[in-house]
Ligand binder design. Structure first.
Ligand code: SAM
Length: 246
């Protein structure tokens, strides 16, 4: 699917004035590898093929990959696992992808896989005893009242909007963004999704621990999870040319 998106949507002619000598790729929420290395190699292979197929081989750029994750990510493991013969320059970019990470119009390709389901924070209402969305006795929205689901959904919408607004500025016009996210099909009730069921069991086990006093309720509050499984397409490819205002 990524190959197809590059073949059909990456507009080399439009981005050629911004590429000059370096084609910049960012992997947001890269973790420590090895999946990120495979993904980056695949993207570079397909972009190179596209240059060749469009008789642009003489303009072949060098490639720079920005590996992004939280500053607490184990970047040492990531860097020490890089293959010496890789066809790109590697740079680590610590920080949340819900904020600015790059100067304006500096990226040609943004990739993120299985990271955007992490919200920027647990919705505040979940911790407020006076709120209808107070999520007492649960660590997630599975089996929770609608108010809890609504709080997760609102936080997800807010975070995704921030993410897209920021990336729209960081990407060059004509650049490409590929986002792969966990999700659940619309028709499946939220309590029946496998990940949701896992969180339900986890929550129940933690509550048992609290009853047995092997964990304190305060510790359980810290375990409220920041994961949201959207009921939208799993692979979402958007050409930034269309997102930007003229
Ligand atoms: C499930 S791992 C996916 C790793 C890799 N992309 C893959 O496909 O194997 C999710 C990663 O996203 C990172 N992550 C979550 N929220 C993030 C944020 N706001 N900013 C940067 N990285 C984030 C996590 O630290 C974690 O390393």
């Amino acid at each position: 699917m990524i190959d197809d998106a590059i073949a059909k949507k990456l507009d080399l002619k439009q981005i050629s004035s911004t590429v000059e000598t370096t084609f910049c790729i960012a992997d947001l929420g890269c973790s420590v590898g090895p999946n990120t290395f495979t993904a980056m190699q695949n993207i570079i292979d397909v972009v190179q093929q596209k240059y060749e197929s469009q008789d642009l081989a003489t303009h072949m750029p060098e490639f720079q990959v920005f590996f992004n994750d939280h500053s607490s990510n184990d970047f040492n493991t990531l860097f020490s696992s890089l293959l010496p013969e890789r066809p790109y320059f590697a740079t680590g970019v610590p920080g949340s992808f819900y904020g600015w990470l790059f100067p304006e119009s500096c990226l040609h390709f943004v990739h993120s896989s299985y990271a955007l389901q992490w919200l920027s924070k647990v919705p505040e209402e979940l911790l407020n005893k006076n709120s209808l969305a107070w999520n007492k006795g649960r660590v997630h929205y599975t089996s929770a009242p609608d108010e809890v689901v609504d709080a997760y959904t609102a936080q997800f919408a807010k975070d995704l909007t921030t993410f897209l607004d920021t990336r729209a500025k960081e990407l060059v016009v004509g650049g490409l963004m590929v986002l792969i996210m966990s999700g659940v099909p619309n028709r499946i009730p939220r309590s029946s999704g496998p990940v949701e069921m896992m969180f339900d069991f986890l929550g129940l086990s933690l509550m048992d621990m609290a009853k047995e006093e092997t964990a304190q309720p305060a510790e359980l509050r810290c375990l409220l999870t920041e994961i949201m499984m959207a009921s939208k397409p799993l692979l979402w490819v958007k050409n930034l040319k269309k997102m930007r205002k003229p």
